[in-house]
Design a protein around this ligand. Structure first.
Ligand code: AMP
Length: 212
């Protein structure tokens, strides 16, 4: 099963991707995490990539696709890729997606979620201080790593990320709707309700036709 999650920052792509990985035993290809790893590394491109992340801009298509391409197989969930029409075209040359799950949320929700978002510095698990708090404040339930606020979750950078989303990523909604792959999810609901509606769509529309 080959799925991509589409939606604005903090629409719940990461949270749902992690749950999908466990439930359907998929590989998790998380574009943001791959790029943050490059930015932290000694790679020759690290400073250049870090610059895009810090400014809340999209990294050039050829850089992101180089990272994604080697990870493609028959069983994955893509989180944060594709984010431009060019990326969607590159992907389509190498693999055919079964579905694109578009998680829709309002701008008000995005801002509330981002300001409360905390991420594990060790395993990248995501929490929210009110909606999905860790059992012990500041500590990851899964691996005891410490939780932090991402630099690009600051309000000034968030505004840039939202602008990039509106201009470069939103056109993908129409693109995937047109070729029949898009499935709408109401991302305003609770984590359990959103995840259940995703699973219902997968089980009724994809899974019976595919061996996962
Ligand atoms: P995320 O963790 O998915 O919110 O991504 C964090 C940042 O990584 C984004 O603001 C972009 O700078 C960069 N990024 C993630 N995915 C992509 C992509 N598909 N294309 C270009 N840049 C990306």
């Amino acid at each position: 099963m080959r799925i991509a999650l589409l939606g604005p920052p903090a629409s719940g792509k990461g949270t749902n991707a992690e749950m999908l990985v466990k439930r359907y035993r998929l590989d998790y290809i998380c574009m943001g995490a791959l790029l943050r790893d490059v930015a932290k590394s000694n790679d020759k491109d690290s400073m250049r990539i870090k610059g895009y992340l810090d400014r809340g801009q999209l990294v050039p298509d050829r850089d992101v696709y180089r990272l994604v391409k080697s990870k493609l197989n028959d069983n994955f969930v893509l989180d944060g890729f594709p984010r431009t029409l060019e990326q969607a075209k590159m992907l389509n040359k190498d693999t055919k997606l079964d579905a694109v799950l578009y998680i829709e949320v309002s701008e008000e929700t995005i801002i509330d979620r981002i300001t409360g978002r905390r991420q594990c510095s060790r395993c990248s698990a995501i929490y929210h201080i009110r909606n999905n708090p860790p059992k012990k404040e500041g500590i990851c339930n899964a691996c005891n790593g410490s939780l932090y606020t991402r630099d690009d979750d600051r309000k000034d950078v968030l505004e840039k990320r939202l602008e990039a989303y509106r201009q470069q990523t939103e056109p993908l909604i129409y693109h995937y709707k047109k070729n029949g792959l898009l499935m709408f999810i109401d991302g305003e609901k609770s984590i359990d309700v959103v995840f259940n509606s995703i699973c219902n769509l997968i089980d009724s529309k994809i899974k019976p036709n595919r061996r996962i």
